[in-house]
Design a protein around this ligand. Structure first.
Ligand SMILES: Cc1cc2nc3c(=O)[nH]c(=O)nc-3n(C[C@H](O)[C@H](O)[C@H](O)COP(=O)(O)O)c2cc1C
Length: 192
């Protein structure tokens, strides 16, 4: 069987992000499940806010092209979604918006179409990023992704991780591992 490629990242920029911790756990689980994992930090790929004048004048920023390539080269994607004001973070939406622009004769759906996506999210509050994950699901499904129905929310994130960055609750760890394994399982079918 062909080894599936899975891209993992968090929709947060900050260094101490709970969602970066969660993304690291999911990345390890995806690798353990047999995927070739690429984990990226959106801080390494800064983008201007989407502006049609920039696109018309200069084309897509080089980081948008790099991020497009990460998506194009993957059969599966795992995103750890922080929640801002009951929704998707600006950095995650802006990243998706830039990647979804047509380029080089291919439509903006090409990086997304037929990719399996697993969503997880962590917040200090009790809502566990559910609204952010659901908004992200809506956006990605419009672009043709196959977003898994199951999504894993971690509430009270301030207490959820130990000093090494692992989740303290074995049930939460098992849930993230299962999500990652399901992404890898479906991605392997897509790769094969
Ligand atoms: C502008 C803003 C709005 C926020 N709104 C919510 C919210 O609606 N629900 C929630 O659970 N947390 C909310 N938070 C708290 C974030 O969940 C928290 O800052 C979290 O640590 C962000 O994720 P990160 O740790 O991965 O950066 C908000 C934070 C900011 C800065």
């Amino acid at each position: 069987m062909i080894t599936p490629k899975v891209l993992v990242f968090a929709g947060s920029l900050r260094t101490a992000s709970f969602n970066k911790k969660l993304a690291r756990i999911a990345a390890t689980a995806a690798a353990d499940a047999g995927a070739e994992v690429t984990m990226i930090d959106l801080r390494d790929y800064p983008l201007p806010l989407y502006d049609g004048d920039i696109e018309a004048g200069e084309g897509l920023p080089v980081n948008a092209l790099r991020l497009k390539e990460f998506f194009i080269g993957s059969q599966g994607v795992i995103i750890a979604c922080p929640e801002y004001n009951a929704g998707i973070t600006a950095v995650l939406k802006n990243t998706i918006d830039w990647i979804s622009r047509p380029h080089g004769g291919s439509t903006g759906r090409v990086p997304f179409e037929g990719k399996v996506v697993g969503l997880c999210g962590a917040t200090p509050g009790l809502m566990a990023a559910i609204r952010s994950m659901d908004m992200t699901r809506h956006v990605l499904m419009q672009l043709g992704c196959l977003v898994l129905a199951n999504r894993i929310g971690i509430p009270r994130a301030g207490d959820a991780f130990d000093e090494s960055g692992a989740l303290k609750d074995p049930k939460q760890t098992a849930a993230v591992n299962a999500l990652a394994a399901e992404v890898v399982r479906v991605a392997a079918r897509l790769a094969g």
